[in-house]
Design a binder for this molecule. Structure first.
Ligand code: AHR
Length: 503
């Protein structure tokens, strides 16, 4: 048993819990759209062909924003293909995923889906094969009330009211050599600045996200942010960050410590943005939109797009089956995002359905929750109010990739209105329980409302359509609160939530 202590104090406020931290992502990739959110043959489908059961689980997951339509897909996308009468829409080659895009779902359908799912749409424009003009056309189509070519086309297509999309991504992963229309930081920075400047001429209140790095391992990481922000600083609000983690070569200890990399990523980008701020004598601060993050086993066969003459519609792609260890890592990555709520103002779990996703569907059939669904849904539901920085004293565990890291990683939230305190904690030890001791003297009189832990002796357990509940988090019966101290035993490789409140 590893003893770890934590002090929670109402004065240690990092910033508000931002709903946009709990965003997700729908890309035209594999079965995310077709037979994911959209499946007209499904018994629960509505008049638009959207699966009601997917909408229900999206709501249960507690998703706030949804980024659309990509991803790598957006860098070759012609959004105008997918408006107007469906039977007149062309099919196109999607070069990013070597698939055929039938354009049955486009911007109007997505906006209707977003309204039904109760999520805020976050759009991306194509800065790979296209540029300023096409971004302006799409913005006009979405946000201008009427009286112009594109806004009247939207009205004619059934949307009398503008969609008023607030958040816009200026391209996707333009630092990646795999990106269609990949650019150097200088080339991209100029294009992004000019696109942003022109978009703001239509609506100065947009929130614009410029592309940061596709991972902290990119050779250009750091310098990319510096150059791109030097070009765009006054024109944008956020810089993106993308990160995917997976267990490499059976190195479970390093995998469990993935949040160490996310912490480093966020802190490095914030420092770089602040350096550009100082050098450019700017007043405002740039925030981070961590708009792709998850566990993704990129080396597995199912992550390989089709090839040759095979250009299928909605192939099975990137359908990772998540296990218990993956869910613990996802819970820990959310802890990292919350801990940095002063700089991370939005985030998107990539993706929502079927493609590296918390929700899985059978075409026309059943739906189920992957293991990673649970920490996301519980955190989104219960993390309310303000994020508190904790004083944590934890034994260390050794990892190959990150050296010695604390076994316990935790964050807390405090809702000043209800008085509720929530502690989110991960035990990253592969072998030992953590005996957690929490000093709550800053919150006298709190009682335990609920303690749940996600763990399983079989770390490889993953959900199926037949059983998606065997590793749903269970009551942690070791959790107790007395005399302004909380105690709980956290099993190895586990994620827990402790909810405390007044009787
Ligand atoms: O989410 C899957 C892919 O990962 C996205 O299309 C791309 O942006 C990233 O490389």
């Amino acid at each position: 048993m590893l003893p770890a202590s934590v002090t929670v104090d109402p004065a240690f406020v990092v910033g508000p819990v931002r709903r946009r931290t709990f965003g997700s992502f729908v890309e035209h990739l594999g079965r995310c759209v077709y037979s994911g959110i959209h499946d007209p043959e499904h018994p629960s489908a509505d008049a638009d062909g959207f699966r009601g059961d997917v909408i229900e689980l999206t709501r249960e997951l507690g998703v706030s924003t949804v980024r659309y339509p990509g991803g790598n897909f957006v860098s070759g996308y012609r959004w105008e293909d997918a408006i107007g009468p469906v039977e007149q829409r062309p099919s196109r080659l999607d070069l990013a995923w070597h698939s055929t895009e039938p354009n049955l779902v486009g911007v109007d359908e997505f906006m209707r889906w977003a309204a039904k799912a109760g999520v805020e749409p976050m759009m991306a424009v194509n800065l790979g094969t296209r540029g300023v003009a096409e971004a302006l056309d799409l913005l006009e189509y979405c946000n201008v009330p009427g009286g112009t070519e594109w806004s009247d086309r939207r009205r004619a297509n059934g949307a009398a009211e503008p969609y008023r999309v607030k958040m816009w991504c200026l391209g996707n992963e333009m630092d990646g050599p795999w990106q269609i229309g990949h650019k150097t930081a200088e080339e991209y920075g100029r294009l992004a600045a000019e696109t942003a400047r022109a978009m703001r001429m239509i609506d100065p209140n947009l929130e614009l996200v410029v592309c940061g790095s596709s991972s902290s391992a990119m050779p250009t990481f750091g310098d990319w942010e510096r150059v791109v922000l030097a070009e765009t600083y006054e024109h944008v609000d956020h810089i993106s960050a993308h990160a995917y983690y997976w267990e490499q070569d059976g190195d479970l200890a390093s995998f469990l410590a993935s949040a160490v990399d996310m912490d480093h990523f966020i802190e490095s980008v914030a420092a770089t943005a602040d350096a550009v701020r100082a050098a450019g004598k700017h007043d405002k601060r740039i925030h981070i939109s961590f708009d792709e993050w998850n566990v993704w086993y990129q080396q597995r066969a199912e992550s390989k797009p089709p090839s040759g003459d095979d250009w299928p519609v909605a192939p099975v792609l990137l359908e990772d089956r998540y296990d218990v260890a993956d869910a613990v890592v996802v819970g820990n990555l959310l802890i990292s995002l919350l801990r940095h709520t002063d700089r991370v103002h939005a985030a998107s779990l990539a993706q929502l359905v079927n493609v590296i996703a918390p929700i899985m569907t059978e075409p026309g059939g059943r739906i189920w929750k992957q293991t990673i669904f649970h920490p996301f849904a519980l955190t989104s539901k219960h993390a309310q109010g303000e994020v508190l920085r904790l004083a944590v004293d934890s034994p260390l565990v050794d990892t190959v990739r990150f050296g010695a890291v604390p076994a316990l990683d935790a964050v807390a939230t405090h809702d000043a209105e209800t008085g509720d305190v929530v502690i989110l904690a991960t035990n990253r030890s592969v072998t030992d329980d953590v005996a957690l001791d929490v000093d709550l003297r800053g919150f006298p009189g709190l009682q335990l409302v609920e303690a749940l832990t996600l763990s399983n002796p079989d770390l490889r357990w993953s959900a199926t359509a037949d059983d998606d509940s065997s590793v749903a988090p269970r009551a942690n019966t070791t959790a107790k609160v007395a005399d302004d101290r909380a105690h709980a035993e956290l099993p190895p490789v586990s994620w827990s939530i402790l909810r405390l409140g007044r009787a």
